[in-house]
Design a protein around this ligand. Structure first.
Ligand code: ZN
Length: 178
């Protein structure tokens, strides 16, 4: 199993809308497994395909792996948010593509999502707490939306220097790789 690289803020494709997965085949299953490995290695709770430079509607998550010894990777392919609670709440989020930056984001506390798993089986999940939070964060990635886009203007202004530095660093490494 290969460890795929997670791309960072400043990569244009990270902020583009992804297209649906056309066929759930071995290549997609391998991608999901590889994304899981990268996620666990980097101690994340979720990872979306655009974060590994694949602009397709797929993400993986595991909100129960805080200790990393019990792995239960959940794969979401072509997910759709069917319903969300009116009630929302704050939580301090981070993102593997935006290292060392955190910020409070308000989101609905509960969501109902429909998706396909890596075996092509459709499922519907009603989620709350951290799971609802991570589903929405990863789902946003599929639309090119980052958690920093949902922070308050004040918080974003405070982080502007750090974000610009990260963007420049990413742009420089992209230019060097050409
Ligand atoms: Zn993220």
């Amino acid at each position: 199993m290969s460890l795929i690289e997670i791309i960072k803020y400043g990569t244009p494709s990270l902020q583009e809308r992804s297209v649906p997965v056309e066929e759930i085949n071995n290549e997609i299953r391998q991608l999901a497994a590889d994304m899981g490995e990268s996620m666990y290695t980097n101690k994340g709770v979720g990872l979306a395909a655009p974060q590994v430079a694949r602009n397709i509607r797929l993400f993986v998550l595991d909100t129960e792996q805080v200790t990393h010894d019990r792995r239960n990777l959940q794969v979401f392919i072509n997910p759709e948010i069917l319903d969300e609670s009116v009630e929302d709440g704050p939580y301090t989020e981070g993102c593997l593509s935006i290292p060392n930056i955190e910020g409070e984001v308000f989101r609905p506390l509960r969501v109902k999502v429909r998706a396909f798993n890596e075996h092509g089986e459709e499922f519907v999940l009603e989620a709350d707490d951290l799971l609802a939070r991570v589903i929405q964060h990863e789902y946003d990635h599929l639309d090119g939306v980052l958690f920093i886009d949902r922070m308050s203007k004040e918080r974003r202004a405070l982080l502007a220097g750090q974000l610009n530095a990260l963007r420049r660093e990413t742009e420089a490494s992209l230019a060097a790789a050409k």
